[in-house]
Design a protein around this ligand. Sequence first.
Ligand code: ADP
Length: 195
Amino acid sequence: MKIIGLTGGIGSGKSTVLSIFKDLGVATYIADNEAKKLMNSDEKLKNQIAKLFGEKAYVEGELNRTYIASLVFSNKEKLNALNALVHPKVHEDFQQFINKTNVDFIIYEAAILFESSSDKLCDYTITVLASFKNKTERIMKRDGISEAQILERMKHQSTDAFKIKKSNFVIRNNKLEDTKCQVLTIFELLSKLKK
Ligand code: ADP
C-alpha cells in the first residue's frame, strides 16, 4: 500500500484533484474533515480543548468554531497548542483507517500537510498549484468572499515555494483537462514504483 499526501493553498484545487484520484479507485482520507469530526466526538480531545480555551469552547457539546477561530487567528501559541492536541489524534485515526482499508493507494489530503508533520506518514507527496488569478476567482465564486478576505487567509498559509520544495510531485490545476492528464501520469508512475 502506498500513502500519498496531497496539499495545496486555499482554492488551488485539492478537493478537485482528490476527486479525480477517487475516480481511479484510490481511497481518500480528508484530514481537515476528520479533525472536525474528532473535535466533536472524542471525549478526551474535547476535554483537552475545553481546558485550553475555556468553557465557551463547546456549546451544547458542539465545538464553537467561531469562538475558537477568533482566538487562534491572532494567537500563534494557541494555534500551535490546538494543533498539538488535534494532529496526534488525527494521525491515530488515520492509522486505524489504514488498518481497515485494503487498497493499493490511499491519499491523505491536508491543507497543512508539511506544517503538521503529516508528510511523515506518507510515502510520496503532491502539491496542487494554480495561478493567483484562478485561485482568487474560484474562491470568490465558491465561498462568496471578497478578494481582501482571500488575501488575509492566504497570508496565514505557507507559500507555494515552501510546499514545492518538500513535494515529490506538483500538479498545475489551471485547465481541468490538463489536470486530469497530470493526475493520470502520476497515478501510472506511482503504480509502477515498488515503494
Ligand atoms: P481547495 O480544495 O484547494 O480549496 P477546490 O478543489 O475546492 O480547492 O477548488 C476551488 C473551487 O474551484 C471549487 O469550486 C472547484 O470546483 C473550482 N475548480 C477547481 N479546479 C478547477 C479547474 N481546473 N477549473 C475550473 N474550476 C475549478
